[in-house]
Design a binder for this molecule. Structure first.
Ligand code: GLA
Length: 391
C-alpha cells in the first residue's frame, strides 16, 4: 500500500469514523497524437499518466451519497432519488455518473466517500474523466455491478455530456479505463475497439508541460469545431455512400471535392482527415521503433492544429517552439482540446533532465509565465483495491 493510500484511508476515518471498503483509482491522460479526431469517429493514441484520482468508499444506509473532496476541503451530499445540477461544480460529476447508471437500470447503493488526487485541475489532463471513472468504479464495487469497461467509458462520457454539460468525445474516459503500463492505447473511436501499443520507455521520455493558461475558450470553441466537422460530412457524404463522420472521408476524396466546402470548414476537415492518417502512420513507426519519424508526426500534428484547426494559442506555440529547439527533442505538440493547457514532447531519455530544466526557463523568457513540467510514465488503467482488515 502506498503512502497516498494511507492518507486517503486516514481522511476517510476522520470524515466517517469507519474503514473504507474499497479504494479505487483512475488515471488522467495525455494524448500522444490524434487530436480532435475522437468525436469524428477517428483514431487516437493516448496514454494514461501517473497522476490519478482516488476514491475511498463504503456503503451507506439509505439512498444518500456523501462525498468529501480533500482538495476543496468540502463535504457534499446528494440523494440518489433526487439528482439535480448543483452550483458546486465538482459534485456534479458523481451526480452525473449516478444519473446515467440509474438510467441504464443499475441499482445503486448509497455511499460515503473521500476523493483526492494529483491530476492537475483544468490543465487538460482529464481530471474530470478520471473523477467520473473513479466514481463509476466506486458505485460498481459497492453495488456489485459488472459493467464492461468500454460500456463504462461510454456511460461516463454521457455523464459529462448530459449532466455536466461538456460535449466531449470518448477518448479520455476510454483511456483511463483501458490503459496499460508502458503502453499507448490506440483507440478506434468508431468501432470502440482498442489495442495496446508498446512504447520505448528505455530510449524516450514523454514530457508534459503545462502552459499555466486555463482553457477558457475550450468548451465554446470546441462545440463550434464539432459543428464545422458535421457540416463537412453533410457536404462530402454524397461522394462516399454510407459516410457518417469525417473518419469515413479519405484525403483523396477531400482533395477531389474540397472546393465544395466553405474555406473554414475545408481547413477543419483537412486537419481531421490528415490527423487520422498521422495516427495510423504512427502505429507503423512505433512498431519499427522509429522515434525520429514519429516525432516528426507530432510536430506536423501541432502545425495542423495551429493552422487548420486553429485551437492553439500564443503560449502553446511558445512552449512547442521552445521545446523543439532543445537538444534531444524528437517532437512537440499541444495535447488535449487546446486554447491553453499542456504540450506533450517526446524526448530522448538521456536528454530529458536537461530538457525539463531548460524548457521552463525558455518558456518563462518567452511568455513571463511559469511552466509546470512533468515527466510522465505511461500508467496502468483504472482499478479497484478491496481492503481486508485495516492498516
Ligand atoms: C478534450 C475532449 C476529448 C477530445 C480532446 C481533443 O480532451 O475531452 O474527448 O475531443 O479534447 O482531442
Amino acid at each position: 500500500m502506498s503512502i497516498e493510500d494511507k492518507t486517503i484511508i486516514q481522511e476517510f476515518r476522520q470524515q466517517f469514523g469507519s474503514e473504507p471498503a474499497f479504494v479505487v483509482r483512475a488515471p488522467g491522460r495525455v494524448n500522444l497524437i490524434g487530436e480532435h479526431t475522437d468525436y469524428n469517429g477517428g483514431f487516437v493514441l493516448p496514454t494514461a499518466i501517473n497522476r490519478e484520482i482516488k476514491i475511498a468508499c463504503s456503503p451507506a444506509e439509505g439512498r444518500t451519497v456523501t462525498m468529501y473532496a480533500v482538495a476543496m476541503k468540502e463535504k457534499r451530499a446528494f440523494s440518489l432519488d433526487k439528482l439535480q445540477r448543483d452550483a458546486c461544480r465538482w459534485i456534479n460529476y458523481p451526480q452525473g455518473v449516478a444519473m446515467v447508471l440509474q438510467g441504464e437500470g443499475y441499482k445503486l447503493r448509497g455511499m460515503n466517500a473521500v476523493v483526492m488526487g494529483d491530476v492537475p485541475l483544468g490543465a487538460g489532463l482529464s481530471s474530470s474523466a478520471a473523477f467520473e471513472v473513479a466514481t463509476s468504479l466506486a458505485f460498481s464495487a459497492l453495488s456489485n455491478l459488472t459493467i464492461d469497461r468500454v460500456r463504462m467509458a461510454r456511460l461516463c462520457q454521457r455523464a459529462e455530456n448530459e449532466f455536466v454539460g461538456v460535449n466531449c468525445g470518448i477518448m479520455d474516459q476510454y483511456v483511463s479505463l483501458n490503459a496499460g503500463a508502458g503502453r499507448a492505447v490506440f483507440i478506434d473511436c468508431k468501432s470502440l475497439e482498442h489495442r495496446l501499443i508498446p512504447l520505448d520507455t528505455v530510449h524516450s521520455r514523454i514530457v508534459i508541460s503545462d502552459t499555466g493558461v486555463k482553457r477558457e475558450l475550450a468548451s465554446s470553441e470546441y462545440n463550434v469545431r464539432r459543428g464545422q466537422c458535421e457540416e463537412a460530412v453533410k457536404i462530402l457524404k454524397k461522394h462516399v455512400p454510407g459516410a457518417t463522420c469525417l473518419r469515413d472521408i479519405s484525403s483523396a476524396v477531400l482533395k477531389a471535392h474540397e472546393a465544395e466546402l466553405p474555406e473554414v470548414v475545408r481547413k477543419r476537415a483537412r486537419h481531421v482527415v490528415s490527423e487520422n492518417e498521422r495516427v495510423l502512420q504512427s502505429l507503423q513507426l512505433l512498431e519499427k521503433n522509429d522515434l525520429v519519424a514519429f516525432g516528426r508526426l507530432l510536430n506536423a500534428s501541432h502545425d495542423s492544429l495551429r493552422d487548420d484547426y486553429e485551437v492553439s494559442c500564443r503560449e502553446l506555440d511558445a512552449m512547442v517552439t521552445a521545446a523543439r529547439a532543445l537538444p534531444g527533442c524528437l517532437g512537440s505538440r499541444l495535447t488535449g482540446a487546446g486554447f491553453g493547457g499542456c504540450a506533450v514532447s517526446l524526448v530522448k531519455a538521456e536528454a530529458a533532465d536537461a530538457f525539463c530544466r531548460e524548457l521552463g526557463k525558455r518558456y518563462k523568457a518567452a511568455t513571463g509565465l511559469e511552466a509546470r513540467i512533468i515527466v510522465s510514465e505511461a500508467a496502468d488503467g483504472a482499478s479497484v483495491m478491496e481492503r481486508r482488515g485495516s492498516d
